[in-house]
Design a protein. Structure first.
Length: 314
């Protein structure tokens, strides 16, 4: 379990780069880095599969299609939406909105099969809402009309990214915890091939910045494309699959809170500033609320398992 937790935390740190990636490669566009990042990711996976040891064996056509589709929506789709959210709304609000994902998954399960009274979630949900609200009230109050529209559009992109992440998380967890889950390397490679296909579709939207960019800008862009493609995509996918197979879903969901923390740290570091009082209070409330909600779901799940097994609490 310890190795699974370490793998999950490393994944969250690498995924946190999503919230600053588009800013790191300026003047190149969001679509430029998306194409380059997932081009590197997909080519890495394709080259890996050339080795006999890593070729797909015993994987059904349906599972191959599912793995590739998850690569398209869970990587290309999520990255574009999350990055656009940061470009529009700044470094604080998008990570906080997307950071409620660990609560959304158990909440959906609770709607389908009620295992916990909603009143038990009142406090954590109130903390989450208050945290996001505190940050937004301060930011919106400082903006003019155009800025408020950009903030609203950014929040919309963050919500869309959250929904994509939830869909990805549900399908991926179901497959990885099936009776015969795919191998970690196989699943990573299928995600990469899907991400490559998705990035190719975006080529018509690429800019021509490379024609006018300085050598320094071009090298920085290529460097980050490799880093994001090899670590934040390939290595992170492998680590998360590794963690998903060794940790219960409730614990992996709780670990995802770390992505919000890393995203905020990276964004504020890039701005060379600390959080304002409202940002610090709002982030603390939101992260505490998410952690408390996940703990509530986890505790109730353990209690149900204990009762079901006939065991008596000590």
């Amino acid at each position: 379990m310890f190795l699974g937790i370490l793998a999950g935390l490393l994944t969250c740190a690498l995924w946190g780069l999503t919230f600053v990636a588009a800013r790191l490669v300026h003047p190149f566009s969001l679509f430029d880095i998306t194409i380059a990042r997932y081009g590197v990711f997909g080519l890495t996976c394709a080259l890996t599969m050339l080795h006999p040891r890593f070729r797909l064996k015993g994987v059904s056509g349906r599972r191959i299609a599912t793995g590739m589709m998850l690569g398209i929506i869970g990587y290309v789709g999520y990255f574009v939406l999350a990055s656009q959210a940061v470009l529009l709304a700044g470094p604080v609000v998008p990570p906080l909105i997307i950071g409620i994902m660990p609560v959304i998954l158990p909440a959906i399960a609770n709607l389908m099969d009620k295992t916990i009274e909603w009143r038990r979630l009142a406090l954590p949900l109130l903390m989450i809402a208050a945290g996001i609200g505190v940050v937004n009230v301060e930011l919106v109050a400082k903006l003019d009309l155009q800025g408020q529209r950009m903030m609203l559009a950014g929040a919309g992109c963050a919500i869309a990214a959250l929904l994509v992440w939830v869909l990805y998380g549900i399908v991926n967890a179901r497959i990885m915890r099936a009776a015969e889950p795919p191998g970690t390397i196989d699943w990573t490679n299928l995600h990469g091939l899907g991400a490559l296909a998705g990035s190719l579709v975006l080529i018509p939207m690429a800019s021509n910045t490379y024609q006018t960019a300085t050598t320094e800008d071009l090298l920085r862009f290529l460097g980050w494309a490799v880093v994001l493609g090899m670590t934040a995509s390939w290595l992170a996918t492998w680590c998360w699959s590794f963690a998903s197979r060794r940790l219960p879903l409730a614990l992996t969901a709780q670990l995802i809170v770390a992505e919000t923390v890393f995203g905020l740290i990276f964004g504020l570091t890039l701005d060379a500033r600390g959080p304002t009082a409202a940002e610090a209070i709002g982030a603390a409330l939101q992260i505490a609320g998410v952690s408390l909600a996940v703990h509530t779901f986890t505790r109730r799940r353990r209690a149900a398992l204990t009762a079901g097994s006939g065991a008596t609490p000590q």
